[in-house]
Design a protein. Structure first.
Length: 150
């Protein structure tokens, strides 16, 4: 059975073991500037992840806070709707044993879902009166034409 390139290693390294392949096929932090760049990149990625998660939590708290002022029962339902979402996110994150999805990607997905749901609620509220005048047929049309696609 013939060996593949991945088993043999880099073809240039195999041909000339004396050649330094730094920044060609390998890279490691050698200098102080390299270590500084790695640290800045790490900090930027972690800060971005934290900001996305904090933004998602702030939007969720804002929605829950507004509904708590308007109607405590709605606030309870809003809080209860978070539990299945968190359980689903935890399941997705834990079940992928080969390559776990980054936590920031899951947080961004739920942030976009919250924003999209808010947009859909506004569109539904604006368009529903036009369909409600048609009775039961209007309700059926409303759900097929507006709610389904939005």
């Amino acid at each position: 059975m013939a060996e593949t390139d991945s088993e043999e290693g880099d073809p240039v390294a195999v041909a000339d073991a004396q050649m330094d392949l730094y920044e060609i096929s390998t890279w490691e932090a050698r200098s102080l500037l390299d270590r500084f760049a790695v640290a800045v990149y790490w900090l930027a990625v972690r800060t971005g992840q934290a900001l996305v998660i904090l933004a998602a939590l702030a939007i969720l708290v804002a929605i829950g806070g507004l509904s708590a002022i308007a109607d405590p029962a709605i606030a309870l339902l809003t809080a209860a709707s978070v539990v299945p979402a968190l359980l689903l996110a935890g399941y997705v994150w834990q079940s992928d044993v080969t390559a776990r999805e980054p936590l920031s990607l899951l947080a961004a997905t739920f942030l976009l879902a919250v924003l999209t749901a808010g947009f859909a609620a506004v569109v539904n509220g604006l368009v529903q009166p036009a369909f409600s005048s048609l009775g039961i047929v209007g309700m059926i049309l409303f759900f097929y034409v507006v709610v389904g696609p939005v």
